[in-house]
Design a protein around this ligand. Structure first.
Ligand SMILES: [Zn+2]
Length: 95
């Protein structure tokens, strides 16, 4: 849909493009919306921050939505936070 600008479910041609998916702040004291991160990094003591983010394309007719992650270069393998890089490339064992 991002490339074709046509909904693959209903063939609608009006598409909402949201550059950064956000949520209203859920913590008291934060008044601006927060980007929805691909993952979070940090600790209870230092605080957590979003890593990466999403842009979305939503069909105005049926609501079908595609999400695309960006900022993936900032992700780190972090099993404690449930973040795992699964490297299934053919030469993965040679590195
Ligand atoms: Zn649609």
């Amino acid at each position: 849909m991002r490339k074709s600008l046509v909904c693959p479910k209903c063939e609608g041609r009006k598409i909402w493009h949201v550059e950064a998916a956000r949520t209203p702040a859920m913590t008291a004291g934060y008044k601006s919306p927060s980007d929805i991160g691909v993952a979070v990094r940090g600790s209870t003591w230092r605080g957590f921050r979003a890593v990466g983010g999403y842009e979305t394309f939503t069909c105005a007719r049926c609501g079908f939505t595609e999400w695309y992650a960006h900022g993936l270069g900032d992700l780190r393998d972090d099993p404690e936070q449930g973040v795992h890089l699964i490297d299934n490339e053919p030469d993965a064992g040679l590195r």
